[in-house]
Ligand binder design. Sequence first.
Ligand code: TRH
Length: 364
Amino acid sequence: MPAMQLHWDIFCRVVDNYGDIGVCWRLARQLAAEHGKRVRLWVDELTALAPLCPDCDPARDEQFLAGIELRRWPAADAAVNWAAAAKTADVVIEAFACELPGAYLQGLARRERRPVWLNLEYLSAEAWVDGCHGMASPHPTLPLTKHFVFPGFTPSTAGLLREADACPALPALSPQTLEISLFCYDNAPVGGLFAALADLAQPVRCLVPPGKPLAATQAALGAGSAWQLGRLQVEAIPFLSQTAYDALLRRCALNFVRGEDSFVRAQWAGRPFVWQIYRQDDDAHLVKLDAFLARYLNGLPPATAATLRALFFAWNGVGDPAPAIAAMLRRLPEFAIHAVDWRNSLKKQRDLASSLIQFCADKV
Ligand code: TRH
């Protein structure tokens, strides 16, 4: 392997929710823990990290956590000596086009040996991603080139975030109770879900994290934090650390996930999942959903594929959720086998952190 590329700066602006910081925090941890990198993570809103990482103190400008130097990225550029900060990094990751401070970029441009500068894009299963991964974009005025890195589901992309221990042996499921986790946006059709679950012959326990999932649940079932509908028990749970959340996904027989990072984790959990995609203007998210399903359902018996397709679309506002959920629940054992097969096929891909390291090494 050529250059060591030891020092990595990752920049993260929290747009909304937990996905931006969720991805950056996971990537930072893996680069430090598995690849021995010295990572400095700049985050504008540390309050978004605190729920995922209970050791984080959002009041502090600087702290060391999980082997990472965590720094506040203040709104005012003058609050940081960016010229000094630009002197160390061998690799700079601008997450999700968050735009680096001008003085930091100027500092990078003055370096004798320029760092590798990457823009980490959002995940998409669309085919065009294959052609765009690795594309270069020279800075209009400075002698710097940014490369676009696309996570994805094919070997032509940078792959998915996957730590060495992302796919341990699956724990046994609860024999009597069907356990379900529900991480969704507040417009998810949870009423239809609860109706379908309450109709099952088996006892069901549905675990609801705080924020939008709980708001949706309360809108459907009324105020409170625990509800009983026949054999269905719906229960509010605390927001878990990222590691504990990953473990919860493995423990549940079915997971409802959303956005980007929990969506990927559900796939590593090897359990059936339903995805609520992050909504975009002009229904661009439905094109992305379709692109994912084309890969995910490929090769399944037509009736199974049709059931899952109807369910994923209904959960995203296209179709009637209650019958789609009921139909999926009848096929849950088939869906469970597919979840493991899918995980095993995805695991053959190179993971995102390793791809980034290789990409940077190739640039030197
Ligand atoms: O929070 P999200 O909706 O994030 C979204 C998406 O990433 C979207 O693409 C992006 O544009 C938008 O943010 C700005 O969903 P996501 O991506 O699943 O992120 C949630 C994170 O929270 C993930 O890292 C898992 C973590 N998490 C925990 O650590 N503990 C918990 O208890 C739960 C429920 C989640």
